[in-house]
Design a protein around this ligand. Structure first.
Ligand SMILES: *Cc1c(COP(=O)(O)O)cnc(C)c1O
Length: 418
């Protein structure tokens, strides 16, 4: 698969006249079309809802677009709950899938009447004491061991801090029922960034079978099952993207095989996708400002890991297009670097690209999720602006760039030692 930017060089040249690089640019059209396709993939399930994982792209404009497309939010912190509240998401449109949760956050979630997704059995008493037990609640499951699809090891739940064991979750439902809970759900997140149509159906089968067992053993009939995040995107151009319609059909088949015969054909399916909803619809747009020839060839750009941490943190691949040079041969090998005093601050290592000249605009692909959001302020570097490419081709600023005043704001009143 050839990776093509959703903007042209000419469009970017116009945009950069008003908004200097670096910035994150989001594609409203792509976001909406993808959200509609997800909805279509699960249209067979009347209660289906996607709760967008706010942590992936915590921007009000993005959340409003997704709200218009029928999505809710999935939060795991106070500020994510506050952002959802301010945008006007109703209680049943907010999922609170947190872990190691502070009491204030449970209190806030209860105040908003969000659906609390309990990470641990000990949180029942913690929640009871701090905020009270709601009428509706969800529990997070961790099957332990390793999670395999065929012969591929997908992830290692046995090593993950999340969720309850099977014995614990059975006990949790029984206790919550005694405490007056009337509506129950279950959640699990077993593998991240899967690029296979098998992940959701395989996860669904595990959860559906457990749901039947929960009903038999505790009398609790789940109302919803939350398949959470983990449906990924192909960051490298050699991978085929997931087919969300096939994924929806795969879950449908398992639903008809396992839940329907057990008299549980009214269970709602929820998702909490972040990456799948946004990653391909964001670009980090940067400019080449330096070239350096030592033991390797370097191109220095005007952004750094503060703007996109995934390469530095995970060694993640992000495709790069040199704008206007799409048809030129990739006959140069570069490290594309940022300006941090950290040698892992490289957007690409040994990347084959066309010859880059100072002033060239580069698009770093698939930065729409876990991109801007993971930013930090190391080296006193400032976070960039976020822009939205509207469906009519116009561009709207949806977050201004940080200024030194923002950076120094928390030091106001603390400049003197006395
Ligand atoms: C991060 C996260 C998600 C979203 O994961 P993606 O891989 O971005 O789809 C969903 N639910 C929970 C609880 C998460 O922590």
């Amino acid at each position: 698969m050839m990776k093509k930017p959703f903007v042209t060089k000419e469009q970017l040249e116009t945009i950069t006249k008003e908004y200097p690089t670096p910035f994150h640019l989001y594609d409203e059209k792509g976001i909406r079309e993808n959200a509609r396709k997800l909805k279509q993939a699960f249209a067979w399930n009347p209660g289906f809802k996607e709760y967008f994982a706010v942590k992936a792209t915590p921007n009000p404009a993005i959340l409003r677009i997704l709200k218009e497309e029928g999505c809710g939010t999935d939060c795991s912190s106070m500020t994510e709950l506050m952002m959802s509240e301010r945008i006007g998401f109703a209680g049943d449109e907010i999922m609170f899938s947190s872990n190691d949760t502070p009491a204030e956050e449970f209190i806030k979630a209860r105040e908003l009447d969000a659906t609390i997704n309990l990470d641990d059995i000990t949180h029942i008493d913690f929640l009871k004491k701090s905020a009270g037990i709601p009428k509706k609640i969800s529990c997070r499951f961790n099957p332990g061991g390793i999670f395999e699809l065929g012969t591929d090891i997908m992830d290692n739940p046995g090593d993950a801090k999340y969720g309850m064991t099977k014995e614990q979750i059975l006990e949790a439902y029984a206790r919550l029922k005694d405490l007056g809970v009337e509506t129950f759900g279950m959640h699990a997140f077993l593998a991240s960034n899967t690029v296979t149509n098998e992940y959701y159906p395989t996860l669904a089968k595990i959860l559906f079978q457990l749901a039947v067992e929960i009903k038999e053993k505790t009398g609790v009939a789940l109302s919803f099952i939350n398949l959470s995040g983990g449906v990924g995107v192909p960051y490298t151009p050699d991978k085929e993207p997931n087919d969300i319609l096939a994924i929806g059909e795969g879950v449908h088949k398992v639903y008809d095989e396992v839940l329907a015969p057990a008299g549980m054909g009214d269970v709602k399916i929820f998702t909490e996708l972040g990456r799948f909803m946004l990653a391909p619809y964001g670009h980090l747009v940067v400019k080449a400002i330096h070239e350096k020839h030592i033991y390797k060839e370097y191109i220095g750009v005007d952004a750094c890991a503060v703007n996109l941490m995934r390469p530095a943190m995970y060694g993640a691949y992000h495709h790069i297009t040199v704008m206007g040079k799409e048809e030129m041969p990739c006959d140069h090998i570069y490290d594309i670097t940022g300006s941090l005093c950290e040698n892992n601050d490289k957007f690409a290592v040994d990347r084959k690209l066309p010859e880059i000249e100072i002033g060239d605009l580069l698009v770093i692909h698939d930065t729409g999720a876990h991109g801007f959001a993971m930013g930090y302020n190391y080296n006193g570097k400032l976070k960039s602006a976020e822009l939205l490419l509207r469906e009519d081709g116009s561009v709207k600023l949806i977050r201004r760039a940080e200024t030194p005043e923002d950076y120094f704001a928390t030091l106001e009143g603390f400049w003197d030692l006395t």
